[in-house]
Design a protein around this ligand. Structure first.
Ligand code: CAA
Length: 265
């Protein structure tokens, strides 16, 4: 499959997706959003078909200046409310696909992650940021609000009060502040960003694929449920894994003092 705005690379167990519109600081127009949907659909199908070769998605921006500087302002300027509704829905659909993916999705934030860029990073399971990264929800400067999940995901990441402050001032924050408030999991030197993310995927690749998928699902779904229902979800997922060959293999390998060989079954 070829893409106009994305570069796809498989390295070890990682699928690296680079958004590549450097002249517009990788801004998200409809083509980028549609291509992100296609790439995630293809990966979801590949995993559903039992292919366990890709164990983590790394989403990043091409070049050294921007992850994504937002939704494309030139493309949005003349939208009417119906068009804006469709655009926001397409952006949200990408977020849902990232959350539903059975492998972790890591945002490798290499520069500006503003507006839709910050939202796309937050739609990934976690963010690893370069020291040069800058985050913000500056939509109010354009007299709109975040439309790709920013108001909701930012609140869940950093709490309501900090999210309101960021969304109403449009303030841009540096990577160290993003780390401090829990928006980014780690901050690393720019030349260490990709290797750090590849290292995380390599660590995940040693684990049981069904267990990784179950952990991600239960964590995401449970976060939206009352504790009792969330705990029930965990009990069912935990028990369900005991029907897998990988559970026997993982536990037998421990008892045999050898490395397990997981098959995703
Ligand atoms: N959309 C379209 N083009 C963009 C863009 C965007 N979001 N961000 C940057 N660009 C373009 C600029 O227009 C410029 O193009 P030209 O060279 O053709 O003039 C090029 O990228 C380089 O940008 P700058 O010259 O502005 O670079 P800078 O280093 O001076 O500033 C910046 C960098 C602070 C990121 C600045 O570009 C900026 O503020 N960008 C807009 C950020 C923004 O408002 N994002 C939110 C968009 S709204 C949104 O995302 C809605 C939503 O939630 C779905």
């Amino acid at each position: 499959m070829s893409y106009e705005t994305l570069e796809i690379e498989d390295r070890d167990a990682a699928r690296i997706v680079r958004i590549n519109r450097p002249k517009a600081l990788n801004a998200l127009n409809q083509t980028v959003v549609a291509e992100l949907s296609r790439v995630l659909e293809a990966l979801t199908e590949q995993i559903h078909a039992g292919d366990t070769s890709v164990r983590g998605l790394i989403l990043t921006g091409a070049g050294d200046k921007a992850f994504v500087a937002g939704a494309d302002i030139a493309a949005m300027r003349d939208m009417d409310p119906d068009q804006a509704m469709r655009f926001a829905s397409q952006g949200h659909a990408v977020g849902e696909m990232l959350a539903n993916l059975q492998i972790p999705a890591i945002a490798a934030v290499n520069g500006f992650a503003l507006g839709g860029g910050c939202e796309l990073a937050m739609a990934c399971d976690f963010i690893i940021a370069s020291e040069k990264a800058k985050f913000g929800q500056p939509e109010v400067k354009l007299a709109v609000i975040p439309g790709f999940g920013g108001t909701q995901r930012l609140t869940r990441r950093v709490g309501l009060a900090r999210a309101i402050e960021l969304c109403v001032t449009g303030e841009m924050i540096r990577a160290d502040e993003a780390l401090r408030i829990g928006l980014a999991n780690r901050v690393v030197a720019p030349d260490q960003l990709l290797d750090t993310c590849l290292g995380i995927v390599a660590a995940v690749a040693k684990m049981g694929p069904l267990a990784v998928a179950a952990a991600k699902r239960v964590l995401h779904q449970g976060a939206e449920l009352p504790l009792e229902a969330a705990n029930q979800l965990e009990i069912e997922a935990f028990a369900g894994l005991f029907a897998s060959a990988d559970q026997r293999e993982g536990m037998q390998a421990f008892l045999d003092k050898r490395e397990p060989t997981f098959t995703g079954k």
